[in-house]
Ligand binder design. Sequence first.
Ligand SMILES: [Cu+2]
Length: 255
Amino acid sequence: MHDMNTTINEETEPDVSSTRAAATTGWLKLARAAAITMVVWSLMLQLMAGQMIPPVLFVGAVFLGFSPFLVGERRRLGLVLAVTALVLMAGNAPFLIDDLSNPESSPTFILGLLSFLAGLTAISSGIAGWRALDPGAVGRVAVGAGSLFVVGAVLSLIAANASDSQPPARGDVELVASGVQWSDDAIEVDASGGIWVDNRDGIRHTFTVESEGFEFEIPAFKSRRSDIELEPGTYGFVCAVPGHESMTGTLLVSG
Ligand SMILES: [Cu+2]
């Protein structure tokens, strides 16, 4: 707390009269960088998902507009940054939970992880700045969050590359997912056949018949197939990924 160490070495010399202010400045710099990262990547994530959530857009725009003014040694700004980050994380939660629970979809997982870690960093360092905690930990928090991100990203890439595309089988009906759209909104398949889906998007999709609990996932840039495990009849199919509500169609299973 009373130790002015080199991690808070500013472009301008810190006010020697105020150790607390200098501590706050160090934390606020980290909180601001993390919050900007979170806003930018959250917006990218939502663009990829094909849907923008209004509260996140609004908070993000307000934050980015004010961020140039979020400088200096005013401790209250730490609280503002922490609360803003918390609101953004809450607004982003539907996407984040889905993205982070599907490590095979590498691009969205990595963006989600970055957004999540940046959010945690912004909240914790905003609070630390507000409380004027020892700035000696600023560097450790930044390095810790960065390390977690790199490890998560690498593991996700390994998982994604380990899962290969599947070729279609004889009797499969072929469907393409591209631009968060199905290539056909009405498909017909024999009950003894199957469905092969080629995902050309950088995000995962699912082929889901909700009424029957029939579902398989197609990771980003992969193809997957499944036998039809349905009785002859007409079913609605969807992609169950949040934000992909426009991906609907009709499946006719002939017997
Ligand atoms: Cu989808």
